[in-house]
Design a protein around this ligand. Sequence first.
Ligand code: MG
Ligand code: ZN
Length: 221
Amino acid sequence: MVKNVSVVENIHSANDQLAAEIRQRLDNASVFSINIMASPGAGKTSLIERTLHELAALHEIAVIDGDVATSIDADRAAEAGATAVQINTGGQCHIDANMLRIAVNELDLANFDLLLVENVGNLICPVSFQLGTHKNILIASIPEGDDKPYKYPAMYQDVDALIINKIDLLPYVDFDMAYFEKGVQLLNPDLVTFPLSCRTGEGIQAWITWLTGFINNPKTT
Ligand code: MG
Ligand code: ZN
């Protein structure tokens, strides 16, 4: 006789319960929050730096950085004007709600109106661990290639906004935008998309306008 225990199911229901608690705390404090996911090198930290550059004078922003090791990204966020908390996952390839809860405990949420969570660079499991954040953001980047929606469908299906970073590299890379967009369209027809370059600043304003539309009650005087 074999007894089957669905460990995965139990892990996810515990995670979702913690995520719901985090969402409640964020809502109670009127903090709008996003979970930024991407493969390594797509530009998560660069997008956070650009966003802080545009918004740090107008909003009180916290950044929680998940990394397998080091605090390089959190240091960059702090340098750019945010209150930054580093999560070292100890090798784990995603942030889960329990890790985020511990990091959020380090913040006095009453002082912030925007929380940016930088997930671990990975296109597979971060999307299966809800964090309680209000929007899930995916960054694709031109050098990664135009086939990513076809290869990582779950990631593209479950996000609320897609950033296509490094568009300044389009002239130098074989990236078929129509093929890429067709893949996105098949998986997530209404996905809001922001082609931009964190390096040159092109396209950043549309992203900032969309993001700031969700921020309530700016806490900066
Ligand atoms: Mg980073
Ligand atoms: Zn993982």
